[in-house]
Design a protein around this ligand. Structure first.
Ligand code: MLT
Length: 330
């Protein structure tokens, strides 16, 4: 009898504690955010992903009433940051921006410590960024034809920078080499920010990079542009032909970006982050800055969990066979 009473009292205490916990969690979600939010970037500062992150961080912070702090976690083509975010507390104070490397890493690595389709919550797509095949200013080739001849004559003496396996610069560079049937000396960096610095300094010959910060360097001749990875020429650099029109038929790489959170982040918190992201993308400053670099903000219905998750899934399915066919090593 005594045992029964104690048991019932124990159950009542547990039920009370769990009701309190539920109500504390609900109020924490209602009050969120009460401190800075970390926006993890999987590449070095000064590169395309970092630039987009910093561009949206300020207006997102304004919308949320807290500072959104960018944290660069570079290395291994973005997979170090993805692992860190997948293991972070799902409390809304860690969010993540990554590009299509979230999809391509699946085919590039035998085993990842996270699953892009199950380890994250999806907040929304952000923007699509074109790429340009760039060369250092002193490279003795002035157009794509001359570049091809130079590469065929010099082979692995030609160096090409990238941001590691899983980075789009690596994907673009290796697809380019696979299409020419050559293998250059590929040099990994922690992001295309530092890679572009070395291209400008003449320490490396080639780099396939996003237009996020390369347009001014192309326009003032500090780097040579050999072709865009788009089907149409880019309005900001109309004199640069596409790789497609110069013989690499169908060569198209458009870099899409998404914002994620660790799996288990509460829905009310995800909804607030999504609303802040939408607001940031509709800010005139952000729109103008992206437009100037020929970057397309995605339609607002894609700035959603459904939009990002379904795009990620279709990109995993689309890139897997391309990467395997091109025999891109990890
Ligand atoms: C970066 O932000 O450095 C780039 O997005 C890296 C890449 O994927 O090439």
């Amino acid at each position: 009898m005594k045992f029964k009473k104690t048991l019932f009292a124990g159950i009542a205490v547990i039920a009370g504690a769990s009701a309190l916990l539920t109500s504390n969690m609900a109020s924490a979600q209602k009050d969120w955010p009460t401190k800075n939010i970390q926006l993890v970037v999987p590449f070095a500062a000064g590169g395309p992903t970092d630039t987009i992150a910093r561009l949206i961080a300020v207006p997102m912070g304004q919308a949320l009433g807290q500072t959104v702090v960018v944290e660069n976690v570079p290395g291994a083509g973005g997979t170090i940051a993805s692992t860190k975010v997948a293991r972070a507390a799902p409390d809304g104070y860690t969010i993540y921006i990554h590009h299509m490397g979230m999809a391509t890493a699946n085919a590039l690595y035998d085993k990842l410590p996270y699953d892009p389709m199950t380890s994250f919550e999806y907040i929304g797509q952000v923007a699509d960024v074109p790429m340009v095949l760039l060369g250092k200013k002193d490279l003795p080739a002035n157009n794509f034809k001359e570049l091809e001849a130079y590469i065929r004559a010099n082979g692995s003496k030609v160096t090409m920078a990238n941001a590691g396996p899983g980075a789009v610069s690596q994907l673009c560079g290796l697809l380019f080499q696979s299409r020419l049937g050559v293998r250059l000396t590929n040099i990994p960096y922690k992001g295309t920010g530092p890679a572009l610095t070395d291209l400008l300094g003449g320490q490396v010959d080639l780099l396939c990079d996003q237009t996020t910060q390369t347009i001014p360097y192309i326009k003032d001749g500090r780097v040579k542009a050999f072709g865009t990875t788009t089907m149409k020429r880019l309005p900001a650099i109309p004199n640069v032909p596409t790789l497609n029109e110069q013989g690499l038929k169908g060569f198209e790489v458009k870099v899409w970006h998404g914002v994620y959170a660790p799996k288990g982040t509460p829905q009310p918190v995800l909804d607030k982050i999504n609303a802040a992201l939408k607001k940031a993308l509709n800010t005139p400053d952000v729109k103008k800055r992206l437009e100037d670099s020929n970057i397309d903000i995605v339609p607002m219905d894609k700035v959603s969990a459904k939009g990002l998750k379904s795009h990620l899934e279709s990109e995993i399915n689309a890139w897997g066979p391309v990467i395997r066919k091109a025999n891109i090593p990890d």
